[in-house]
Design a protein around this ligand. Sequence first.
Ligand code: PLP
Length: 424
Amino acid sequence: MTNFSPSREFAKQLDQQDSLASYREQFIINDPDLIYLDGNSLGRLPKSVIERMKKVVEEEWGTDLIRGWNKGWWESPSRIGEKIATLLGAREEQVVVGDQTSINLFKLVTAALTFQPQKKRIITDTFNFPSDLYILQGIVRLLGNRHEIIRIGAQDDDITPDLAALENAITEDTALVTLSHVTFKSGYLYDMAHVTELAHCKGALILWDLSHSVGAVPIELDKYDVDFAIGCTYKYLNGGPGAPAFLYVNKAIQNDVTSPIWGWWGQNNPFAFNLDYQPAPGIQRFLAGTAPMLSTLAMEEALTPLLDVGMDALRAKSILMTDYASFLTDHLLAPLGFSLGSPRDSAERGSHISIRHKEGYRINRAMIEEMNVIPDFREPDNIRLGFAPLYISFADIWEGFDRIRKVMEEERYEKYPKQRLVVT
Ligand SMILES: Cc1ncc(COP(=O)(O)O)c(C=O)c1O
């Protein structure tokens, strides 16, 4: 780990050495004073998306009209899937984009459970994003309450899942292990190779939710022979609010599993308009209905800077940023009652950290309302700080921490009610 210093000058030095610093100019930054630490929830807008959208709306929709489907729209879920595949360590014809993360999870979990119907266990953890747990619960009910969902808890610290319990829970009766690769609160990063191996040893399938890791950490789906993966594109991929999600199905099992949603985009030869469903061969069968072209093409454009930089350089800067933020937490904020809510070892961490304080909710509100800093809050006491390597500077990080310090020293959070707003 670098020998950090808590001075503002040191942050400037880190910026001078940052080989990705110039990428910030490729993003819309309307308010230079805003410290935006929520790119792990909604990434910033790349400038080139504006031009692309203008063209899509005026020329492709406005002039081409229905002809647009034969000029690149129809293939876009697969074409963009191939681009995202390069971030996932996946060879061609295994990734498509479309629908939401929650819906893709529904499709793939149902496919996995019906593939081995005699197996009853589904292993997940309490660190998983709640929508994932709800989707699992809904599927279990839909399939006649024959499955048992086992949620692995935390080690003592609430930062790291109980890995020994995870290993013990995966038995021969396990149909599926499904986890978030990087967990949404503490940012814990699972060892994908190890956990995938644990699942496969017992004949279980594995599904990784990559929402918090795609574009933030290198991923090797093919190398570890992962079965399924899903993830969203509006966080580190900067695809825009509600941008379509992606899904991955390992080529080896694609034709043995089916989507529970038999839509015409997953049909073999959809324009034959046959009255009976025949799944398309390969990954195509996991599409459902008409892709939302405006958001799909905006997201495609947004990938450009990320694909240009590549995951190794992104990860190197991300680790430096989260190491630096952990250092500032210890030096500037620990004396004010904060503790680090994320792993200290960067090998076990994604690109966000949580800082914990019993007044976390009110501090987070004061940051947003008065200090022009945007983190987000996750119950019960986590202020999440996301570090998107393409557009965050080290000076931003220093400034963000300094403003948190001011909120505490001036007790600015005390005027806010403890009652939560709808979106935190
Ligand atoms: C890890 C994870 N999984 C799933 C989801 C749900 O995604 P969506 O709302 O796009 O279905 C989210 C949303 O933030 C998430 O963070």
